[in-house]
Ligand binder design. Structure first.
Ligand SMILES: NC(=O)c1ccc[n+]([C@@H]2O[C@H](COP(=O)([O-])OP(=O)(O)OC[C@H]3O[C@@H](n4cnc5c(N)ncnc54)[C@H](O)[C@@H]3O)[C@@H](O)[C@H]2O)c1
Length: 320
């Protein structure tokens, strides 16, 4: 298969590229090393994990650059576009909604448009559990209308999903939006809770615990997310728009997460209790019965194992 992968130098993108390459797909990866969340050197490191792998062609470009994106689409015949490139992160989006809308909404429409012009029949879109907000029933189910996302980031992902649906209905592109539930594992973005907490515990600095520590998240280990992505890439779905949850389908409280990290890092955390943050939701919890039925998705890595694996990688990095 020939695949255009946006966000290849990101956390999830670099893991997906490794797996696609290993099974013989040909990948054109694009990324602009966006520094909103972490420095270019870490994007470079993520990409460096692909060094020595054949069948990956990388271009450093911004997909908002319509001309450059058009050139890539017109010079290849892609079977599928996998759109992981985005500005991620709930909290930073609150300070810059317009920028998030540009990159995440306009960028997605620009790529969908390019697919339409160049007859690309499949589009897989990275959406987020944040689209459910705090007003949906748990476990979160794809049939929920998800009309009150709690942050500009969440709204931008919901808008991206709606454009995917639109392009399926109007132009026959088979689109699949995957709602990822907090993904973690080696190379996780440094500003995300697990990675940030590990940094603070090891530096013996105060770890901010928002609320009473009982807020709960459905954490998904990176290999489970990659399994779900591959299943969505391979799934023949016709041109009906699809939306699937990809989660661990189990919740972990913030307090328990800190305990698991303390255990694997062999250090105690210094807790700094703080009020709830705007944009945060009290719980995320995925109902994965639809993705199980239609994609064969079944999360395999429990949080106890996943945190151990993450911490092994984390401690190893610190030695370098
Ligand atoms: N990590 C999670 O827990 C999680 C949860 C839900 C959804 N997602 C979504 O999954 C996708 C990947 O997330 P991640 O955690 O790997 O984030 P990441 O920031 O590590 O990866 C995103 C990549 O997109 C690139 N990018 C951003 N704007 C770009 C542009 N204009 N042109 C080209 N490249 C651009 C960035 O440089 C980065 O390498 C994102 O769409 C994110 O919103 C992630």
């Amino acid at each position: 298969m020939q695949i255009l992968l946006t966000g290849i130098a990101g956390f999830i993108g670099s893991h997906l590229a490794t797996r696609l390459q290993a099974r013989g797909d040909s990948i054109i990866g694009i990324d602009n090393f966006d520094e909103t969340l972490y420095p270019a050197a870490l994007h470079q490191r993520n990409l460096g994990t692909l060094d020595g792998l054949s069948r990956i062609e990388f271009s450093r470009l911004d997909f908002l650059d319509a001309e450059a994106t058009e050139k890539i689409l017109s010079s290849h015949r892609f079977d599928v576009v996998v759109h992981l490139g985005a500005l991620a992160g709930v909290r930073p989006s609150i300070a810059q909604p317009l920028r998030y809308a540009r990159v995440n909404v306009e960028g997605t429409v620009l790529l969908l448009e390019a697919c339409r012009r160049h007859n690309v029949k499949r589009f897989v879109f990275a959406s987020s559990s944040s689209v459910y907000g705090s007003h949906c029933q748990v476990p979160f189910c794809e049939s929920d209308p998800a009309l009150r996302p709690a942050s500009p980031y969440a709204a931008s992902k919901r808008a991206g999903e709606l454009f995917c649906s639109n392009f399926s209905d109007l132009y026959g592109i088979a689109t699949t939006a995957l709602r990822f539930f907090t993904v973690y594992g080696p190379r996780q973005r440094p500003e995300m809770a697990i990675h940030k907490f590990a940094d603070l515990i090891c530096a013996q600095k105060p770890l901010p615990v928002f609320g009473d520590g009982q807020s709960a998240r459905d954490y998904t280990y990176i290999t489970d997310i990659v399994d779900g992505l591959i299943a969505a890439i391979d799934h023949t779905v016709g041109d009906k728009p699809r939306v699937y949850n990809l989660g661990g389908s189990r919740t972990t409280t913030l307090s328990h997460l800190v305990e698991l990290l303390e255990e694997s890092l062999h250090q105690r955390a210094i807790l700094d209790r703080q009020p709830d943050q705007p944009g945060d939701v009290p719980i995320t919890y995925a109902d994965v019965s639809l993705s199980g039925r239609e994609l064969g998705y079944a999360p395999k890595v429990p949080i106890e194992t996943g945190i151990k694996l993450f911490c092994e990688w984390f401690l190893d990095q610190r030695k370098k």
